[in-house]
Design a protein around this ligand. Sequence first.
Ligand code: C2E
Ligand code: CA
Ligand code: CA
Ligand code: CA
Length: 279
Amino acid sequence: AKEMGGNNFQFYTAAMNARLLERLSIEKDLRNAIEREEFVLHYQPQVDIRTGRIVGMEALIRWQHPTLGMVLPHRFIGLAEETGLIGVIGAWVLHTACAQTKSWERAGYGQLRVAVNLSARQFTQKDLVQSIANILAETGLAPHFLELELTESLLMNDVEAAIEILQGLRALHVQMSIDDFGTGYSSLAYLRRFPIDVLKIDRSFVRDMTLDSDDAVIVKSVISLAHNLKLRVVAEGVETQEQLMHLRILECDVMQGYFFSNPVPAETFGQILREGKCL
Ligand code: C2E
Ligand code: CA
Ligand code: CA
Ligand code: CA
């Protein structure tokens, strides 16, 4: 038994070493990814539930790794946070998303709002407000067409600090949204104090709302809470017609999900806009 334990231990360290090596190698690649232009943004349409028309999109980062292929954000955003690389990557995301949105506006596709995810470390960066102001000036995008998605846990981590940062952003006239709403634990009392514009209902509630009456009640309550606070509501992860109809009855404002479209490259998104696809 002792011998086996020893072997297990060796096996364990070998596996750990392999993971550590993979991590180090990904970290090294991540450092070069920006200058090698390996990041791309995909865009997922956000659709007005009443009119059926595209009103905006969420920008989602992908990494086209030379050997690993398309790497999704959950595999590298955490590492980018830990290493501080999120600063450069996040600025690239903001700049690219704003420039792309402005160019769709120039092409005559209407006035679309772009939602960009901010990570915790990016949110508390000292020059956040200034750097967003610079990006808006450089790209010419009007501030109210940029929506920043922040998670509950990021905001609840230090409420007073968060309110101060949000007020700085509010002064720029960008829009702010609470992402994955309902999964973290936010206090309703604080919700009132955050200067925000949008609640984004987490897809876990949307997924189960047509199966589980508790989830249906939660979605219904979040929508009426949001409307009472004069906030828009976006439902994410809408995959079926049934979910959509349910959300329409509950007077949800905007939907996003595979039912309408996956996240797609900018070129494909441009094509969707040209075709004038509707719900
Ligand atoms: P998120 O902000 O909650 O983004 C929504 C995720 O749900 C995306 O995954 C999207 O592809 C996926 N999704 C969209 N519609 C559906 C649907 O109908 N069903 C299901 N099951 N999934 C759907 P993705 O692109 O892999 O992104 C994962 C997470 O990575 C995002 O979650 C966000 O937290 C983070 N992320 C993505 N891009 C960025 C970025 O530029 N910066 C930062 N800091 N984080 C990012
Ligand atoms: Ca998001
Ligand atoms: Ca989300
Ligand atoms: Ca989510």
